[in-house]
Design a protein around this ligand. Structure first.
Ligand code: FA5
Length: 333
């Protein structure tokens, strides 16, 4: 009985199933002591065997039972431990999913598109890589024209191919007119590139939005009405703007439009009445162009600096913030 108690204690101290198995083998394995005792029973004398056999059988049964019991307990314990690793606290606050959002310039562009769409303008697009013809020649800017100096250009290699990153969205005017007859009104938003020094209001890439309306009897008065409506709808209040005479080879007359801000006037766009040479370059019938007033095609064109508009709308003092990729800046929108 003393042995039984000792072995049972040993069994109860087994910390895991592996250890329990080792103990079991110690007594019941091939070389186990209980197995050995049972085997040697046969070699004992009759009388001795009768004396020892029942006690040995009890020992065997009790120990087997103890191992079985401990094994059950340990298995349940291990299952519990595994489960607790998978335990989920359903009352814990959820982890926030960080979602991104549209870039402020994209959002502004969508808004501007919406305003012009409501005024009946169709949205069209053109390529960012342009030919010399579309970017300059067709826009009445010949090779030796001093106006080419205004747009320092990124030329693509080989230079003989005369491909460039467009310096403005005006080439889209040409592409559209080549394939469409008036009357129409379009806008063409997109990215443009200039090889120039950057500062708080200039970058080497920025966004423009070209506008073009061609019809009969179109005048500067129509342009002023459209652009006033645009500023009012975008800024949701009356905005002070001014037209300043300026020069672009593809318009006549030409002007620039400034907007009043707390720190003074900021140039927002260039504009003017489409130059007859541009109509000619796209192949519009010269006979039609020669006619004036209600008989001939006339149009206005404009090119808005979208970044400048965004700077005004969101009160941003440095254009370079739009392109810096700083999440702290972008998260504010
Ligand atoms: C042009 O690019 C003309 N194509 C605009 C035009 C279209 C005139 C149709 C007449 C008819 P300009 O270089 O001024 O013009 O640029 C137009 C606008 O783009 C500017 O008023 C300004 O708001 C913006 N802009 C010009 N350069 C930069 C720059 N480096 N960084 C950011 N915005 C610029």
């Amino acid at each position: 009985m003393e042995d039984i108690a000792k072995i049972k204690q040993e069994i109860d101290r087994a910390e895991n199933l592996e250890e329990l198995d080792r103990i079991r083998r110690k007594y019941f394995g091939k070389k186990g002591s209980i197995s050995f005792a049972l085997r040697t029973l046969g070699t004992l004398k009759e009388e001795e065997r009768r004396k020892q056999a029942p006690a040995l059988q009890i020992l065997k049964r009790e120990i087997e039972e103890a191992v079985k019991q401990r094994s059950k307990n340990l298995a349940a314990k291990e299952a519990d431990a595994n489960l607790s690793g998978e335990w989920v606290d359903v009352s814990a606050p959820g982890r926030k999913v960080r979602s991104g959002h549209l870039h402020p310039l994209t959002r502004l562009q969508e808004k501007v598109n919406g305003v012009f769409s409501s005024l009946g303008f169709e949205v069209v697009e053109g390529p960012e890589i342009e030919t010399e013809w579309y970017n300059f020649d067709a826009l009445n800017i010949p090779k030796d024209h001093p106006a080419r100096d205004m747009w320092d250009t990124f030329w693509l290699k080989p230079e003989s191919e005369k491909l460039l990153l467009r310096t403005h969205t005006s080439p889209v005017q040409i592409r559209y007119m080549e394939t469409h007859q008036p009357p129409f009104r379009i806008i063409a938003p997109g990215r443009v590139f200039r090889h120039e020094a950057s500062d708080a209001s200039h970058d080497i890439q920025f966004y423009q939005l070209e506008g073009l309306m061609v019809d009969k009897d179109i005048s500067v008065a129509n342009f002023k009405a459209v652009i006033n409506e645009f500023f009012k709808a975008l800024f949701e209040k009356d905005v002070k703007i001014r037209l300043r005479p300026s020069y672009f080879p593809f318009v006549e007359p030409g002007f620039e439009i400034d907007m009043k801000s707390a720190s003074g006037w900021l140039e927002m766009m260039g504009a003017g009445m489409v130059h007859p040479n541009v109509f000619q370059a796209v192949g519009y019938n010269p006979a039609n162009l020669a006619l004036s007033g209600a008989e001939g095609w006339q149009g206005f064109a404009f090119g808005i600096g979208l970044d400048r508009i965004a700077m005004m709308k969101y009160k941003i003092d440095d254009i370079r913030l739009f392109y810096g990729g700083d999440v702290r800046f972008l998260k504010q929108f």
